[in-house]
Design a protein around this ligand. Structure first.
Ligand SMILES: Cc1cc2nc3c(=O)[nH]c(=O)nc-3n(C[C@H](O)[C@H](O)[C@H](O)COP(=O)(O)OP(=O)(O)OC[C@H]3O[C@@H](n4cnc5c(N)ncnc54)[C@H](O)[C@@H]3O)c2cc1C
Ligand code: SF4
Ligand code: SF4
Ligand code: SF4
Length: 406
């Protein structure tokens, strides 16, 4: 008999792992391809051909019913939480309210094991651990067994908040195959993800270039230098002491190629969730373009463009329910079109640039060092412009940005 085929083209698998989580025989493992992207692989010796793994694949079979009900510009009034978050700190406010009711929160954490990055989904049960889920990690987070774990909690009657990229949320619903009143979901506006292997290779290359012992922490968007893409790396030096370095995204190869869409997973370029139909009960994103769409808000001290402002899109009754319980947020109603104007991924997937092929080929043939060397050879102008720009104090940088955006 023909074996089960989970996908025939890479454009048809987002690595949600619903198939792996559901398999009653433990016959599916997520394995890396030549670029480090995860794909499910069936062990034919264990497989009994029940076919359930094919049925739960939301990326191939699922329909998304939710459409925006209400849209808001929003910020967390708690400045400490706001500054720990990539955007307006909405996720932490929602998650805190769920934990206070005895619930469980799932989301992406970026752990380090002996200097190697491990982006993966975890369950958080205590408010003191929520910091692990805060902040955007611009890399694919492995779902591992969290769908199974979430189902166990749901069956115990616990309130569950599951957060992730839209494909991960759709994957969860595909896996569960029934509705739960106690399930609440958050998806983030998403333009694509590089592989965890490529991200780790980038970090190992930084470790070698800087002749340090290992990396202890990486934050993609640290707000010390304002709302944007400014990274922070904490290294352990060879003498055992620690050093922290702040690096704007455009001065690194990995983040530049991420922003330009050169290193995403194959299916991200035809993502079926890059539109107004959302898998999550609520959608969170950066409210890029607020200065043009809702300039009146910037007169209010709480909406400070230096500290980050979010957009919230409420997509379902459950989303309305959860937002009613949130304290500590300042919310201002706005329209979907205003949010989508500067957030293309609410309308269409990222374009697949011709350079994607070139960068990935380089990575495969020469390793991450080859990619990094290419960046330094070909991006000299960008590196100079961003080095000079970032040498200015934040006030000056904001004025320059305003002039450029006019
Ligand atoms: C890969 C990726 C691409 C994004 N692209 C856009 C975009 O194009 N436009 C836009 O407006 N916003 C985008 N975002 C969302 C944005 O960066 C913020 O995450 C969002 O606005 C929430 O901000 P916050 O301050 O409320 O919460 P934060 O504390 O900043 O974010 C925490 C939330 O993000 C989730 N998360 C973080 N990293 C990952 C990951 N790798 N995989 C799955 N979930 C993750 C956590 O589970 C948690 O729910 C993206 C996020 C990710 C992860
Ligand atoms: S067909 Fe059944 S046993 Fe085989 S991999 Fe799929 S879920 Fe597992
Ligand atoms: S269920 Fe998820 S991981 Fe499995 S084939 Fe479908 S998209 Fe890929
Ligand atoms: S772009 Fe689409 S497919 Fe890719 S990670 Fe984001 S939600 Fe998933």
């Amino acid at each position: 008999m023909m074996g089960i085929i989970l996908f025939d083209e890479k454009t048809k698998c987002c690595a949600c792992g619903a198939c792996k989580n559901i398999c009653p025989k433990g016959a599916i493992a997520m394995k890396e391809d030549e670029y480090g992207f995860l794909y499910p692989q069936i062990d034919e010796k264990k497989c009994v051909q029940c076919g359930i793994c094919k049925k739960v694949c939301a990326y191939q079979n699922g329909q998304v019913k939710n459409t925006p009900i209400k849209c808001y510009a929003a910020v967390n009034k708690n400045k400490v939480e706001l500054m720990k978050s990539a955007s307006g700190g909405i996720f932490v406010a929602v998650a805190t309210s769920v934990l206070k009711e005895g619930g469980v929160v799932f989301g992406a954490a970026l752990d380090f094991e002996d200097g190697h990055a491990h982006p993966h989904h975890i369950a958080v049960r205590e408010i003191s651990q929520l910091y692990r889920l805060q902040g955007s990690k611009y890399v694919q987070s492995a779902i591992e067994n969290t769908y199974e774990e979430a189902k166990e909690e749901l069956n115990l009657g616990k309130k569950v908040l599951f957060s992730g990229t839209p494909c991960q949320i759709a994957g969860l619903y595909g896996y569960l195959r029934r509705e739960y009143e106690n399930l609440f979901t958050v998806d983030v506006i998403c333009h694509g993800v590089p592989s965890a292997k490529m991200f780790d290779d980038f970090l190992q290359n930084e470790t070698n270039k800087r002749n340090v012992k290992k990396i202890k922490e990486y934050i993609f968007r640290d707000k010390k230098r304002g709302w944007g893409m400014n990274g922070k790396i904490r290294f352990e030096l060879k003498n055992g002491s620690e050093k922290t370095v702040y690096i704007p995204a455009r001065l690194t190869s990995y983040n530049t190629f991420f922003l330009d869409g050169f290193n995403y997973r194959e299916n991200c370029y035809s993502c079926k969730y890059a539109n107004s139909k959302r898998p999550g009960d609520i959608t969170l994103g950066d409210y890029w373009g607020i200065e043009r769409e809702n300039p009146e808000l910037l007169k209010n001290k709480e909406y400070d463009i230096e500290n980050g402002i979010s957009c919230i899109i409420v997509n379902s009754k459950n989303g309305m329910k959860i937002m009613q319980n949130i304290i500590n947020l300042s919310m201002y109603e706005t329209q979907f079109e205003k949010i989508a104007n500067k957030n293309g991924q609410l309308k269409y997937p990222s374009k697949r640039p011709a350079k994607r092929e070139q960068i990935m080929k380089l990575y495969f043939q020469k390793g991450y060092r080859g990619v990094d060397e290419y960046f330094y050879r070909n991006y000299k102008k960008q590196i100079i412009v961003h080095t000079v720009f970032n040498a200015f104090p934040i006030g000056v940088r904001l004025k320059i940005k305003k002039v450029l955006h006019k």
